[in-house]
Write a protein that binds this ligand. Structure first.
Ligand code: PMP
Length: 356
């Protein structure tokens, strides 16, 4: 292939890295260990629904039934929601709707790579506001950058991936007031934090867009389902750039059933939060290791020594975590998805053996 064929912005593009999986214990992608089909009523209702399922027909372009189920869940109007194949697709649609080549986005760092990568494809550039010590967001820095650059979009990941830091909704409201343009708040992990969501501010702020996903607390990463919440005119604008039948009929059938039984699923979420707190308390005790408080289903840790040995020991124990090996932003860092006590105990034994 001739490289001139490529869009200029992706000639030197470093894509999002998805690690190959060879390990038994996969805790690198913040997935949920729980299979919702193990809830008898969820399985029963899915099987019943499949009786009238018609895969030969195109799905509803705006996923009407799913929008209804989501609106009941989050308490906003159906026409304030747009659904798609996971948060990743929604990020693409959102940026495609608003960014021109040469536009700027303000984003805190470190954070989820997809904002910057998707912006880069479109020829936009990221103004990055580095976290303060301990990977807590630099609130003053973010506000200053918003006022100085008035970027086309300000992105706040809340709680943040990979640091677990949660900003108060009152700060996001300050950003919304300071920004003349779009403020995009990614709440992919909000079901684990259970506080500080800004979905309730959508009616008040015409520049607010919130992202949610069913990949994390709802355990549907493989099914692909994410959604944006914003005022109706923004949703209509985003709908213009989406593929007409973007969200497949199976997701549209199954996701409302899962949302209906969320109380059962949230019991598992509560267990994960409890296990995260236990794992945090155990990791804190290990010398030579720094662990950061998290409001999500993952923990970020850093080691000062023996990085190579720990890397090898995790592999030898069949554990795959997300590793920031030579990262300038998170040197010697590991992001650990919290699943079960059994897996966490293996992980703890590796860290203890190498560091104690
Ligand atoms: N936002 C954040 C912060 C994430 O960490 C992820 C997944 N890792 C996503 C969005 C997208 O998730 P999905 O496409 O599975 O909904």
């Amino acid at each position: 292939m001739k490289t001139e064929w490529l869009r200029k912005t992706i000639k030197d593009f470093e894509p999002y890295f998805v690690a190959p999986i060879a390990e038994k214990h996969v805790i690198n992608a913040n997935e949920n260990y729980f299979n919702v089909l193990s809830i008898p009523v969820v399985k029963k209702e899915l099987v019943e629904a499949l009786d009238t399922f018609k895969p030969q027909l195109y799905p509803k372009p705006m996923a009407d039934n799913l929008r209804k189920a989501i609106s009941e869940y989050i308490g906003c109007d159906e026409d304030e929601i747009i659904c798609g194949n996971g948060g990743d697709e929604m990020i693409t649609y959102l940026l495609n709707t608003f960014l021109n080549p040469g536009d700027e986005i303000v984003v805190h760092t470190p954070t989820f790579d997809m904002y910057e990568l998707t912006g880069e494809v479109l020829g936009a550039t990221a103004v990055k506001v580095k976290d303060l010590t301990g990977y807590r967001r630099d609130r003053e820095g973010i506000l200053e950058a918003v006022k100085k650059y008035q970027p086309k979009m300000t992105v706040i990941c809340n709680p943040n991936n990979p640091t677990g830091d949660l900003l108060p909704a009152s700060f996001i409201e300050e950003v919304l007031k300071a920004a003349e343009n779009i403020v995009f708040v990614d709440e992919a992990y909000m079901e684990f934090a259970q506080k500080e969501s800004v979905i309730g501010l959508v009616k008040k702020y015409p520049n607010l867009v919130v992202l949610r996903t069913l990949s994390k607390a709802f355990g549907l990463a493989g099914m692909r389902c994410g959604y944006l919440v914003a005022q109706k005119d923004l949703i209509e604008a985003i709908a213009k750039v989406k593929a007409p039948y973007n969200l497949n009929a199976f997701t549209q059938l199954f996701a409302p059933i899962v949302l209906k039984h969320r109380d059962e699923i949230f019991k598992v979420r509560d267990e994960i939060v409890k296990e995260r707190n236990r794992l945090y308390e155990e990791l804190v005790k290990i010398p030579g290791l720094t662990v950061y408080p998290s409001c999500t289903n993952f923990l970020l840790v850093q080691v000062q020594v023996k990085h190579e040995e720990i890397f090898k020991a995790l592999k030898a124990n069949d554990v795959l975590v997300k590793i920031y090996r030579n990262s300038a932003e998170i040197p010697n860092g590991y992001r650990i998805s919290v699943t079960t006590k059994e897996v966490d105990d293996i992980l703890l034994s590796v860290f203890r053996k190498e560091l104690q």
